[in-house]
Design a protein around this ligand. Structure first.
Ligand code: MLT
Length: 404
């Protein structure tokens, strides 16, 4: 009889956002007259910018003619896109990243989940708590953790690094030395940021201890304050200890189009073995590349017009963030994030748990958010709202919440 991968049996419940979607669908089925506003999953609501639509349409036309048709994409992605990324996201910021260190993919979630494959299952993993569930779940699936432990509300073998208001949601170095360190800034779910000096300390720590930082920069475009690094490669020494993930979902609205990229510098080596070569091998074996038409739209993001149009869209969402942040503060809530990130992290009222607040909000205000405890035990007593709604819905949701 065949056997299943028993590591999957260790995973707690369903994927957080699937659980929420199920609860909300049940509520809507029972209350068809209620208009539910979804500020749970960080999914965008604004249409793609005109310059991106034009690029998609032009690329579709190209695909319809034999002379301009494109089949399989090159393993690492088209050069036109990798060049634009290297130039705009790195070299323009003084970071030494070359186009051939960039791997184009269909999104940061897949890359964040798959990257662990190139590391030994013996490696110790450190994550922030609260944390984007993908980092932990994919390591559980790979057998890099022990069982789920109710007492710590986490998996044995994982190093959880508490991120609380007391430490501005930036973790301290753990007691036990990790091999793989997941960091995400601007942070999902707390909306917090890390300063360049703090990130430099993590880079120094990783280099000193022979660890790799897996840096998720999916929300980088939302940074509005100075001294907040847009890339880990702004720090000295990061080329020898960090892999960085980027998404086109949040900055350019590609959640339904799918495009992202991962940077694996050629200096990253473990006992002389290049991580770049391993990831290239994995990419070439298991992946056939993001579609040509999507990569063309990705390149359009870097044109002057593209930059102007996506900036407007980001400003639109950040107006929502400001509205939520100020509205909740006025109503007496303790709130965090929302300044350099499209997420607002709020303390639940009184002694309410995150899920109790979720239920109350859904039943009373018909608004959906994400319970903080779904991101880890230090998320208990917190709640996340996204700024990715429309202005109208965000305003309505806020009125309903503050009336509660
Ligand atoms: C979130 O809501 O945390 C994100 O949208 C999920 C994702 O990007 O996969």
């Amino acid at each position: 009889m065949y056997k299943v991968n028993e590591n999957y049996l260790k995973i707690q419940g369903n994927y957080l956002f699937s659980t929420i979607a199920k609860k909300v669908n049940e509520f809507s089925a029972q209350n068809p007259d209620k208009e539910v506003i979804r500020l749970g999953i960080g999914d965008v609501t604004q249409p793609l910018a005109p310059v991106l639509i034009q690029a998609l349409q032009d690329a579709v036309t190209e695909m319809g003619a034999a002379e301009t048709f494109h089949g399989y994409a090159p393993d690492l992605g088209y050069e036109f896109l990798r060049d634009a990324i290297a130039k705009n996201d790195y070299q323009a910021r003084g970071c030494q990243i070359d186009a051939d260190e960039i791997f184009v993919s269909d999104g940061a979630k897949c890359d964040c989940g798959n990257i662990q494959e190139i590391f030994s299952t013996d490696n110790k993993v450190a994550v922030c708590d609260p944390v984007y569930p993908v980092y932990v779940d994919t390591n559980v699936m790979a057998g890099r953790t022990g069982k789920y432990n109710e007492a710590i509300q986490g998996y044995d073998g994982v190093i959880y690094m508490p991120c609380m208001a007391e430490n501005d949601f930036v973790p301290e170095f753990p007691k036990e030395t990790p091999d793989l360190i997941y960091l995400c800034y601007p942070n999902n779910p707390t909306g917090a940021v890390i300063t360049k000096a703090q990130l430099q300390e993590w880079v120094d720590y990783a280099n000193k201890n022979g660890a790799v930082i897996l840096y998720d920069a999916a929300y980088e475009a939302y940074i509005s304050e100075p001294d907040v690094p847009h890339s880990i490669y702004e720090c000295e020494g990061a080329r020898s200890c960090a892999i960085e993930f980027h998404s086109f979902s949040k900055n350019a609205g590609f959640t339904g189009v799918r495009l992202g990229y991962t940077v694996v510098p050629k200096d990253l080596k473990s006992n002389g073995v290049s991580l770049h070569d391993l990831w290239a091998r994995r990419h070439g074996t298991k992946y056939n590349g993001a579609p040509y038409i999507v990569q063309k739209a990705g390149a359009a993001v870097y044109t002057p017009q593209g930059q102007a149009q996506i900036k407007e869209q980001i400003a639109y969402y950040m107006e929502n963030a400001k509205m939520i942040l100020e509205g909740l503060k006025k109503a007496g809530y303790q709130v965090y994030g929302g300044v350099n990130a499209p997420y607002i992290w709020l303390k639940t009222p009184g002694t309410m748990t995150s899920w109790e607040f979720f239920d109350e909000l859904l039943q009373t205000a018909n608004v959906v958010g994400t319970p903080g405890s779904g991101f880890g035990p230090h998320g208990e007593g917190y709640f996340r709202l996204t700024a990715f709604g429309t202005h109208e819905n965000t305003k309505k949701a806020l009125e309903r919440i503050t009336k509660m």
